[in-house]
Write a protein that binds this ligand. Structure first.
Ligand SMILES: Nc1ncnc2c1ncn2[C@@H]1O[C@H](COP(=O)(O)OP(=O)(O)O)[C@@H](O)[C@H]1O
Ligand SMILES: [Mg+2]
Length: 256
């Protein structure tokens, strides 16, 4: 029934396990991602975040467990899963020799979409790249390149987008730009599953946060729920000192 479909989570992960030789990386991972939400999978380096994203995007097979994306089973219906997702990997897939616009047109043509030029122009303006459209991507800043990368992955309007460490290696301003982009996406109904090793990224962006540690999800909740896990601090009156991020942004400006 259509209503069941709409109520189903966009991503469902149940008991996923994966080993590489004798390294048991994922030991039974479970979580759901609600449609139209931003879900952050938080874990340190080597926790298995990329491994899980590769399983969900059908690039890798799980040893045990089941997972579905957009209602399609990743093991049994890989083509349908691939049709429902886009994946932006940890390392930007942008072709540096091409201009921003050419990169977008190329992807639209590869997907056999009519009017590739118009699709490119819409995305360039949506991601504030219109002015830089005719410049080679090699001249772009880290934030612009990431935005272009995300724009490229949106061609064809996938309902679910996986972002693997979208801001690793970016400077603070570029991170804020990418965060805005991700919020925009979710605001328009796209389901976003992102991985991050940054606590503040999960804190600022995500509707729900799951912590992947030693192969399982050790906590899963909203930020408020996770904060309630620790006893409330006793009330103390202290001067509010600006964070280093506040200072940095005040000095260099946070304009896009
Ligand atoms: N193809 C592979 N072969 C062997 N080991 C791998 C492979 N891919 C990942 N690993 C190992 O699995 C663990 C998790 O890696 P990964 O999923 O990339 O973690 P994360 O993305 O959280 O940093 C690491 O110990 C890594 O070395
Ligand atoms: Mg990774």
């Amino acid at each position: 029934m259509a209503t069941d479909q709409a109520l189903q989570p966009a991503v469902r992960v149940q008991g996923i396990e994966k080993s590489f030789k004798d390294v048991h990386v994922l030991r039974g991972v479970d979580f759901d991602v609600a449609r139209g939400s931003i879900f952050a999978l938080l874990g340190s380096n080597g926790a298995g975040k990329t491994t899980l994203i590769r399983i969900l995007s059908t690039l890798l097979r799980a040893d045990a467990g089941t997972a579905s994306v957009g209602g399609y089973d990743v093991g049994a219906e890989p083509a349908e899963v691939r049709g429902s997702i886009s994946l932006t990997g940890q390392f930007a897939a942008v072709d540096e020799v091409l201009t921003g616009r050419e990169n977008l047109v190329l992807v639209a043509r590869l997907r056999h979409l009519p009017d590739a030029g118009a699709i490119a122009d819409r995305l360039l303006s949506r991601f504030s790249l219109a002015e830089a459209a005719g410049r080679r991507a090699s001249t772009y800043s880290g934030g612009m390149r990431r935005r272009l990368d995300i724009a490229m992955s949106l061609i064809g309007n996938p309902p679910v987008i996986f972002l693997d460490e979208p801001t690793t290696g970016l400077d603070p301003q570029a991170r804020l730009e990418v965060w805005d982009t991700i919020r925009q996406l979710a605001g328009q109904g796209t389901t976003v599953l992102l991985t991050t090793q940054y606590l503040d990224e999960a804190e600022h962006l995500a509707d729900r946060i799951a912590i992947l540690h030693h192969g399982t999800i050790i906590q899963n909740g909203t930020l408020a729920e996770l904060k309630r896990l620790l006893p409330a601090a006793t009330v103390e009156y202290v001067e509010k000192q600006p964070s280093l991020e506040d200072v940095f942004l005040a000095l260099v400006g946070d304009e896009l």
